[in-house]
Design a protein around this ligand. Structure first.
Ligand code: NAP
Length: 331
């Protein structure tokens, strides 16, 4: 398509949400492209087993990602492998800028950029990333066969990844800052029955130490007594939640205090024709099935919006806060 033409819909991000949106958009005959800088599939590519996506009792994250991608390609979804650098809302059309200098014009945009692993911001974390510090058990667990690892966190991710690691390692210490796990009951029961897993309650890691080979220990602090001690370990896996990837969210878009975008029931932001789905959107739970459902909702809403806009029934009025953030836009 020439750069002068206008897409009906540009989807930014190729995780379960973005790919589901692509499937629905193609079936609604929208002129659509999906832009993703990395491998299609998003975060789930790094997940070991996925056991809660309906219809798949057990499937690897990568396997599920492949099926979503194949499904979207089946409907002829155009997929562009590039980094998006900016999203610029406009009156006649919105614009999506790419790192190669190109800009795509589009009536509607679905932003599905997800989130990234949250960092502890402690000494040794960044310096030892890839030298014993990891945010992905499936990617790096193999390197710790028959070794000792520390896992930090108490949510579903920390416990799920611990269950994966427990099968490989000799000893696993799950370090949690409180006296109760946040993870779901089934996961809690499973992790407590692993004989090579010890949960260190009310504990935080304050520093990651290394020798010439990489990570060798962590400094631990008891959150109740303040007592400090050193715990020997070969690796540290960090699963303490994630932060929304909101760098591309246009100025003036409504967000909550934690940086998640606030949308209405159609997943539409306060900018007409710009939708946010998946883990970037403020919501109760972050699950693959919900990201996929968001993708469906936003694509159906976008189809309706584009149709109305082309018929002259929908006017894109930019909110004042958006106009202030992008005063030069008069398309
Ligand atoms: P999460 O639910 O937010 O849990 C983060 C955990 O890390 C919490 O236990 C928290 O402690 C701890 N934590 C946060 N900051 C910390 C810090 N600075 N130092 C030490 N510990 C810290 O995040 P998540 O486990 O990544 O899950 C994210 C979302 O994805 C959740 O909605 C989850 O249900 C979902 N998820 C679902 C599945 C599944 O269903 N199969 C799998 C993975 C993720 P506190 O408990 O004290 O706050």
């Amino acid at each position: 398509m020439s750069s002068e033409e206008i897409y009906d819909l540009v989807i930014v991000g190729g995780g379960p949400g973005g790919l589901s949106a692509g499937i629905y958009a193609m079936r609604a005959a929208l002129k659509t492209c999906l832009i993703e800088a990395g491998v299609p599939g998003g975060q789930i590519v790094n997940s070991g087993e996925v056991e809660n996506y309906p219809g798949f009792i057990q499937e690897t994250g990568a396997g599920l990602a492949e099926k979503f991608t194949e499904h979207a390609r089946h409907y002829g979804l155009e997929m562009i492998s590039r980094q998006v650098t900016a999203i610029e809302p406009g009156l006649e059309y919105h614009q999506v800028r790419l790192d190669n200098g190109e800009a795509y014009r589009t009536h509607a945009i679905i932003l599905a950029t997800g989130g990234s692993p949250r960092k502890m911001n402690i000494s040794g974390e960044m310096e030892l990333y890839g030298k014993g510090v990891s945010y992905c058990a499936v990617c790096d667990g193999f390197f710790f066969r028959n070794k000792t690892v520390v896992v930090i966190g108490g949510g579903d991710s920390a416990v799920e990844e611990s269950l994966y690691l427990a099968k490989l390692v000799k000893q696993l210490y799950l370090v949690h800052r409180r006296d109760a796990l946040r993870a779901g009951m089934i996961l809690q029961q499973r992790i407590k029955s692993e004989c090579n897993v010890e949960i260190l309650w009310n504990s935080i890691v304050t520093r990651i130490n290394a020798d010439a080979q990489g990570v060798c220990s962590v400094d631990l602090k008891d959150t109740k007594t303040g007592t400090q001690r050193v715990l020997d370990t070969d690796g540290v896996f960090i699963f303490i939640g994630f932060d929304p990837n909101n760098r591309l969210v246009p100025a003036g878009t409504r967000m909550n205090a934690n940086g998640y975008v606030v949308t209405d029931e159609k997943c539409e932001t306060n900018i007409p024709g710009i939708y946010v789905i998946g883990d970037l959107r403020e919501k109760y739970a972050r699950q693959i099935v919900i990201a996929a459902a968001d993708g469906c909702t936003a694509a159906l809403a976008a189809a309706h919006y584009v149709e109305a806009k082309k018929a002259g029934d929908a006017v894109c009025e930019l909110p004042p806060e958006v106009l202030q953030g992008a005063s030069s836009i008069k398309r």
